[in-house]
Each structure stands twice: as structure tokens, then as C-alpha cells.
Design a protein around this ligand. Structure first.
Ligand code: ADP
Ligand code: MG
Length: 701
């Protein structure tokens, strides 16, 4: 049929229909769904369950594990209605395994309370957690049952919640949409011979399986996300993201950037340093310089373990911009870190006659106006600062290079906002150099940073001694006080880090204050300092400086010291409640010691009992100092969303894929991405539109 004049429809015809074509979906409901990007029937096909509830079996209460959702059945033993800070209802149930479980409710009606008569049999579903009296489930779903009531035979899909839409309504609508799934001929986008060897089902079969598991399906596989149906969908989703990033990268590279080729200043800095660059630093700088010499915007991630010496590489890169008569900016996520960069850069660049300006939130009034004028005129050749660099009113004269430190703490949007400060007027965009001490495992780099080139500083400067790490229960604290006493008597310095996660700065500061007071009383002969997040930056800096200058023996601090601090004489670090921190954060903290030639140690104090996950984290810290190994473990234990910061990449928004679990699919994803780019670019657009939405992201960006 002569259809050539019509553009290929981006979506399969049945999938194109609006949601209002589904029975029971009026305009109001459709609008709520639209706010979550669900506007066509196809969008519902791909609104995949984020998990399943397994009501096909009952788990004995004694076998429950914190964090693992399960169905239990038991008889009400006791009911307690309390009112401590807010109303609360506790219902204790027990079963034949002689285990007791607490069901805890914060919202409840009188009718519910009446239901929980001792002796009543309840079947509950929920995720147990460790409460004050053992395992408990907060707000389980439950119902009253008779003994021997039949169990479900299939898994119940659980869909991501949508505000204002009842889960049952959503489930029903998705069911109606799935009824309309067309046969594979109208649904498949990828040529079958490109994936047939993987032994995965067709798209139609895969979608039906994940939305409507059958009694015979492999339940453990589905629950763990490793069912072939889920892998088929993950393959396609990963491919869509990969294609989208490729598209963004291509669009970015279509812009022009200033070619920076005068290396005289950069070389002068290198030759004047009190140390020689490591081989890795020299190699990475050469990679950066090669990119910067091209009239195409660089997008390069420099990753290097804590203390690997990224700053000096950044400074040399900045000098390439200055050497060409243009500007460079260096942005850091915290004021403390930005200030440390300022001190370093001033020390290195000003002797070369380069003007370094400072712009942070606390620079206000006349001082701010002066800096802004210098930035706008180009008089300020290198500008160091915090987010303040991206605020409105900051205009560069000719920004050629934007450097972002500790990139995982910024969102992609912030990164791009700095680039927007570049001289668009001349049709140029600045080069971008992104630095991180949280090494990104390879598979993750492939998926998350398909838009970046990656350089790795995989060597530490010489003369560093590896840090010895020990893990101790909090009851060993008295010994530690003695250990600090000894270390300081030998002229060394120590950190005591107080951590409390999920608490406000104020609560953390108070707890740290208590520790500080105790240690002051126990170690009267030592000079103690105290740094926390509630202090004014000037006070913080004064305390840090006193520590750096050796005027303080023991620095008690909250995790604000995490990044940037460099005190080679500090050889002992104690981290309290280490079980509460993630691996990357522990590694960053530990990187504060072992910077000099003295043998250094890190003591991880924990408060028992340890969860399985915390136990593994602490064991990893004891076993290795290698940031890459730690990052890989972190990825396994926590998943990519947390590792990168959920804001960062949209990775946390994957519908079905999981970068750890599905890592083995990545090489195929890359291969498919290349094949599509070469042979069928329009197909790429359709896959991205289907999975990522907004064909725009693929085409332009
Ligand atoms: P990071 O990669 O964690 O940002 P820094 O750039 O802060 O590390 O460097 C850590 C310390 O190592 C700094 O004091 C820096 O001056 C020093 N340093 C950097 N490169 C070398 C080198 N090649 N040899 C010796 N010391 C170095
Ligand atoms: Mg650094």
C-alpha cells in the first residue's frame, strides 16, 4: 500500500489510544495519570510492577527477616493502645512456630480496634523491621481469616503508587490496557534476529508475564527480577536509555567550543610544584589537554580515589583556558571544600600572575558586586565557588572550561546550568571537566555516563602508607581513649567522627557536643577542637585551620569533614556508629588519614546488633582500601540510585532494569546501540519514545 507519505507512527496503533478510551477512565483520572507521564494505553503496558507480593505461602513468624516482605498468619495475643507522642496501636500475634510479631498502627479506627480481640486469626502482609521489642510490621495489610483458609495461587503485582489514584483502580486500568496488547508483529520494534540468541521471550509474552504471572511461573525468579520476561524488558529499557544518552551526546558535540592549545602556563605550574606528577596524573592531564585542544566541547569525567591528586590536574586544565586568554570556573558542593580549592589554587596560580576570584553564598553586598564585575569583565581568570556560581546575575566574560568537583553531589541539571553560563553568544559552549572520588563501576559508567568520557587516576602519590582498619563494638570505647592518648603523646593527631544519619544538623550537633564534652573530660591533657554543620563557615574554617596547623590534637567532628580536608599528620580516625554510613562515605572519611608517612589506622565503632548489610559493609572496609572495589561492593549492596544520588541520572527511575542485576546485558545493549545508530536511526527514536518518553530527548537536547 502506498503509505510512504505518512510518517511512520511512533507507537503501535492500539497503544496510541488515549487512556480515556479505557472503561472507567474519565478525564479527571486521565489527568492525574498524565502528571506521571501516563497518557496512552501503551504507557500503561510499560507501567511495570515494581515488585510482587507473594501471598502464595505463609512464612512462620520465627523465620521472618527484617526487610524481607512476607505473609504471616497468627492469632491475636495482646492489644495495647498507647499515646506517647501520637496515638498508637500495637497488636501482638503469634503462631505455631512460637514466634511473636508486633503489628503497629499509627492511624486506626475504633472499629479496627474492636476487630483485634485476643484469639482472632489474622493473615497479614508487610515488611518486618527491627522494633524496640523485636520484629514488627508497621501498617500491614491484613484481614481476619478462618483457620485453613486457602492461599493465593499467583503473585500479586504491585505498581508504583500514583498520588490520588487508588492502587486498585490503577491495577484495573492496567489490566484493561493489557487486554489490548497487540500480537508481536505489531508490537516488536527490535528485529528478532538481533536478540533471538539470548533465549528471551517476545515482547508480548514478556509483558503478559510480568503483569499477570500465572500459577506455573517461576515465582522465585519473578520475585528476584531475574525471570526471562523481566530480562527481555530490561534489555529494551537499558537500550532505550543508552540510545537517549547517545543522542544527547551527539547533540552536545554538534556545538562548537574554543580550542585551547597554549600549555605554557600549565607546564609552568607543573614544573614549579614541590612534587612530581604521578604517571596517572600526567596521563589523565594529557587526555584532558587533548580534548581541550579540539573545537568540540569536552565532556570528561575524571575519577580518582580520595587523595589521588585530582585538584592539581584540574588546576592545570584551568591554566589551559587562561593560557588562551579565557576563563575557567571550579565549582564544589560545599563551602568548606570550595574554600580549600581556593586556597590551593591561589597558592599555585597567583605566583604565575593568574587572578583567582571567589564566589560563594556568603559573599554579599559590595564584595559580591565587585566579584561579579570582575567575572563579567574577564579580569577574574579563574573563579572558584559553590552553587553561587550558577545563580542568576553571574555572567562570565568568556568561560571556556567549567570544572565540577564531586559531581555525584550535584544533579545533572546543575552541571548543565554552569555550562549555560558560557559564551553562547559566540556560538561556543564551554568544555566540561567533572571530578569524582566515588569511582563509578564500569557497568554503571557505561549506562549512566554514556554521555561522558572517563579518565581514571588509578595511582596514589608515593609515600602514602595504607590505612589499617579495625571494627569494634561500642563497648571498646575506653580502650580507644587510651589509644588516642598514646598517639597524641607521640605528636600525632586524631579525628573522632560522630555520625547520626537521618537526623537534623541540630540533633547531630547536639550528640557530637556530648561526645566532645566526654572526651574533653577524659583527655584533659589534650587540645580538642570541634567542628559541626551548624557552625558558621568562618568558625568551621578556623577550627579546621587550627587542626591543620597542629594547634589541636583531637578534632571531634560530624561528617562535615568528609571531603577535602588534608592534614598529613593525622594518623588515627575513629568513626562512631559506623554501621549507619554507606561504604562510599566511610571510604571518603577514612581517606582523611594515611596522607602522611606515619602508619595510620581507622577504627570503625558500631552499636550492636548489626544488620547483615551493615556487617558486610564493615567487613568490606576492613578488607580493602581500594576505592574501586568498595564502589563495586557499594553498588551490589545498595543499588545504583543511592550510589549516584537519586537526583542524578534518572537511573532510579528504571521501570524494570537494575544495573547490578542486569549488568551482563550491557555489552549487548552497546552492540545494539551501535547497530541502530548505523543502520536504523529512526528505530532508535521509537524505542526511546516508547521507554523514556519525549522523543525530544533523543533527537535534540
Ligand atoms: P583528591 O584527588 O582527593 O582531590 P587532592 O587533589 O586533594 O586529592 O590531593 C591530595 C594531596 O596530595 C594534596 O595535598 C596534594 O597537594 C597532594 N598531591 C597531589 N599530587 C601529588 C603528587 N604527585 N605527589 C605528591 N603529592 C601530591
Ligand atoms: Mg578533591
Amino acid at each position: 500500500m502506498p503509505r510512504a507519505a505518512r510518517p511512520t507512527p511512533a507507537l503501535a496503533p492500539a497503544g496510541d489510544a488515549p487512556l480515556t478510551s479505557l472503561r472507567g477512565c474519565g478525564p479527571a483520572l486521565a489527568e492525574k495519570l498524565a502528571t506521571r507521564g501516563l497518557s496512552t494505553v501503551q504507557d500503561l503496558w510499560l507501567q511495570l510492577p515494581r515488585g510482587y507480593e507473594d501471598r502464595t505461602k505463609i512464612v512462620p513468624i520465627r523465620e521472618l527477616q527484617a526487610g524481607a516482605a512476607a505473609q504471616v498468619e497468627g492469632v491475636v495475643e495482646a492489644v495495647e493502645k498507647g499515646f506517647r507522642y501520637r496515638p498508637m496501636l500495637k497488636v501482638a500475634i503469634s503462631d505455631d512456630s512460637h514466634g511473636t510479631l508486633v503489628l503497629r498502627f499509627f492511624h486506626f479506627r475504633a472499629a479496627q480496634v474492636a476487630q483485634f480481640q485476643p484469639g482472632t486469626r489474622l493473615r497479614c502482609y508487610g515488611t518486618p523491621r527491627l522494633g524496640p521489642q523485636g520484629l514488627e510490621i508497621v501498617h500491614p495489610s491484613y484481614r481476619v481469616v478462618e483457620p485453613d483458609e486457602a492461599l493465593g495461587s499467583v503473585l500479586d503485582p504491585v505498581y508504583p503508587q500514583i498520588e490520588g489514584v487508588a492502587p486498585a483502580t490503577l491495577r484495573r486500568l492496567i489490566g484493561l490496557a493489557v487486554d489490548r496488547l497487540p500480537p508481536d508483529a505489531a508490537l516488536e520494534l527490535l528485529p528478532v534476529e538481533w536478540w533471538a540468541d539470548l533465549g528471551l521471550p517476545s515482547l508480548h509474552e514478556a509483558l503478559v508475564t510480568v503483569h499477570r504471572p500465572q500459577a506455573g511461573d517461576d515465582i522465585p525468579a519473578l520475585l528476584s527480577g531475574r525471570h526471562p520476561a523481566q530480562r527481555r524488558l530490561a534489555l529494551e529499557e537499558l537500550l532505550a536509555h543508552h540510545l537517549s544518552l547517545r543522542g544527547q551526546r551527539r547533540a552536545h558535540r554538534a556545538h562548537a567550543a574554543p580550542a585551547l592549545r597554549d600549555a605554557r602556563l600549565a607546564n609552568a605550574l607543573r614544573d614549579g610544584l614541590p612534587f612530581r606528577l604521578t604517571g596517572a596524573q600526567a596521563r589523565v592531564f594529557a587526555e584532558v589537554a587533548r580534548d581541550l585542544a579540539q573545537p568540540v566541547p569536552m565532556l570528561r569525567l575524571v575519577q580518582g580515589d580520595v587523595g589521588s591528586g585530582k585538584t592539581v590536574v584540574a588546576a592545570m586544565a584551568a591554566l589551559l583556558a587562561v593560557g588562551d586568554g579565557q576563563q575557567a570556573a571550579l565549582m564544589a558542593p560545599t563551602e568548606l571544600l570550595a574554600e580549600q580549592h581556593l586556597v590551593n589554587l591561589r597558592g599555585w596560580l597567583e605566583p604565575l600572575g593568574v587572578r583567582v576570584a571567589w564566589l560563594a553564598g556568603k559573599v554579599t553586598g559590595k564584595a559580591r558586586a565587585k566579584v561579579l564585575a570582575e567575572v563579567a569583565s574577564g579580569e577574574a581568570q579563574v573563579v572558584v565557588g559553590t552553587h553561587a556560581l550558577m545563580q542568576e546575575g553571574v555572567a562570565f566574560h568568556d568561560l571556556a572550561l567549567a570544572i565540577v568537583d564531586e559531581q555525584h553531589r550535584f544533579g545533572v541539571h546543575q552541571r548543565l546550568a554552569l555550562v549555560d553560563k558560557g559564551p553562547r553568544a559566540r556560538g561556543n559552549v564551554p568544555h566540561q571537566l567533572v571530578m569524582t572520588a566515588t569511582p563509578i563501576p564500569r557497568t554503571l559508567a557505561m549506562a549512566a555516563y554514556a554521555d561522558l568520557d572517563v579518565s581514571t587516576i588509578d595511582e596514589l602519590p608515593p609515600g602514602r602508607t595504607p590505612v589499617t582498619t579495625v571494627v569494634l563494638g561500642a563497648d571498646r570505647r575506653p580502650e580507644l581513649v587510651e589509644r588516642i592518648r598514646r598517639a597524641c603523646a607521640e605528636g600525632r593527631q586524631a579525628y573522632w567522627v560522630c555520625t547520626l544519619i537521618d537526623e537534623s544538623d541540630e540533633v547531630v550537633a547536639r550528640a557530637a557536643q556530648t561526645t566532645f564534652d566526654e572526651l574533653t573530660a577524659q583527655l584533659p591533657e589534650l587540645r580538642l577542637g570541634f567542628v559541626h554543620g551548624r557552625m558558621r563557615p568562618a568558625e568551621k574554617q578556623a577550627a579546621m585551620l587550627a587542626f591543620k596547623n597542629g594547634d589541636i590534637d583531637l578534632l571531634v567532628a560530624t561528617t562535615v569533614i568528609e571531603v577535602g580536608v588534608d592534614v598529613p599528620n593525622a594518623s588515627l580516625m575513629i568513626i562512631e556508629n559506623a554501621e549507619r554510613l554507606g561504604l562510599s562515605q566511610l571510604h571518603q572519611l577514612r581517606g582523611r588519614v594515611g596522607r602522611g608517612s606515619a602508619q595510620s589506622s581507622c577504627v570503625l565503632l558500631y552499636q550492636p546488633p548489626l544488620s547483615q548489610m551493615a556487617r558486610e559493609r564493615l567487613a568490606t572496609m576492613r578488607e580493602t582500601n581500594d576505592g574501586f572495589v568498595i564502589a563495586e561492593r557499594d553498588l551490589e549492596l545498595r543499588g545504583p540510585g543511592e550510589l549516584l544520588g537519586t537526583r542524578q541520572t534518572g537511573l532510579a527511575e528504571f521501570r524494570v532494569a537494575d544495573l547490578t542485576r542486569d549488568a551482563d546485558l550491557m555489552p549487548r545493549v552497546q552492540l545494539l546501540g551501535e547497530r541502530i545508530a548505523e543502520r536504523a536511526p529512526q528505530l532508535g527514536g521509537r524505542i526511546v519514545a516508547r521507554w523514556v518518553g519525549g522523543a525530544v530527548r533523543y533527537a535534540s537536547a
